[in-house]
Every structure is written in structure tokens, then in C-alpha cells.
Design a protein around this ligand. Sequence first.
Ligand code: DC
Length: 222
Amino acid sequence: MSYSIAIDGPAGAGKSTIAKLIAKKKGYIYVDTGAMYRAMALYFIEQGISVIEQDKISEAAAEVDVTITYEKGEQIVWLNGRNVNGLIRTEEVGKMASASSGNKDVRKKLVELQQALTKKENVVMDGRDIGTCVLPGANVKVYLTADSHVRAVRRYEELKAKGQECDLDVIEKDIIDRDYQDMHRELSPLKQAEDAVLVDSSNLTIEQVADAIIQLCDKGAE
Ligand code: DC
């Protein structure tokens, strides 16, 4: 049986950085499910579909091909055979991903893909519904959160380091709006699974959070 660690939480809580570090330390595969929703969202944008056109989103979701491969431990997301890793990290794609992820056909297709990945491999998987829907039987479940202002400052510093102009208040507002959208959708909304451990990363370093999660795995193995 493969081993799985589920990490859910709002945007900017540090899920992907921490999940990647844990995957490296444990020799597991890191599955970034947000990247799959982003790849589909990119397709909808490229097809000129807006978020209010739910029928078109369903049709497009049925025809699009999203697959995942790994190269040197790095997840590559393929959209209709095209590597889209470099195209999915924009605000526009993030917003479309958040909005279109409420569509049941989008979720069904991607949840199946995510569950198939865990059949063969030990995984650290992050997202919004991993502990609640995708891997209800995960060995360790964590709900990772942080204060919205702390998350906004982290994002602001990331963008500044890349030399991008940005406004802290706008970033914080976007984060709060995205949290609301992800937590209030009808299907698989973001929430803490009953058996998930709550970790607040506001005052912790990446290493501290990763170590705390690894300790949870070790405890479960005792
Ligand atoms: O984690 P992220 O910012 O890359 O995710 C983009 C959006 O995708 C997020 O706002 C909601 C959606 N998502 C989801 O609905 N379920 C997941 N398991 C992962 C992401």
C-alpha cells in the first residue's frame, strides 16, 4: 500500500514549498493539484470561455487532456501534449482556476487523475479538498493556514524579488477574495477535514512546518 500525506489550505499558506520539501526528505512524489486546475483554466482562457459559461466549461473539460509526468522530481503538467508549467502561474490563470474549479465536470476529471497517481506511488499531495475528498484515507492530513496579512506579505516579497511591481493591499484583497470563493463553493469547498491536524504557519519557518508534519508521519508509524 502506498503512503499518502494530504495538505490542504488557503492560497499562500506555504503548501507547495512545504509539500515539496517533505517529498524530498521522504523520497515521495509531490503532487501539486492546483497546477492541474490551473492547466485546465489556461485552456478555458485560450478558448475564450468565461467563468459564467458553465456549459462550455463542462464541454471543454470533457475534451481537454491534462496529464502529469515527473522529471528529476519536478512535476510537469501537460495540456493537450504541451508542457504548460511556465504559463500557469499568473494571477489571471489563478483566478480562472479558482472560479472554474467549482464546475463538477472539471473536478470529476481531475480528482480521478489525482487518485490514479496515488495508486502506484507514495505521495505528498496539496490542494483544497485532498483530505476531505481526494484521499479521505490519507495516512496524514494537515490543514495548513496562515493569517491573510502574513500570506499577502509573503506573496508581495516573492513578486518584489522577481522585480515585479505590486501593491500589498491589492494582493491581500485578492487573497481574501480567493479564500472566500474556495471556501464557499458548493462542490468540495476548502475546509479542514475532521481528522486533519491544524498547522498555522504565520510564525513558523518552512523547516519548522515541514519537521512538524514529518513528526506526525513518524508518530503514525509507531
Ligand atoms: O493552489 P493553487 O493556487 O495553485 O490553486 C488554484 C485554484 O485551483 C484554487 O484557487 C482552487 C482550485 N483548486 C481546487 O479547487 N482544488 C484543489 N485540490 C486544488 C486547487
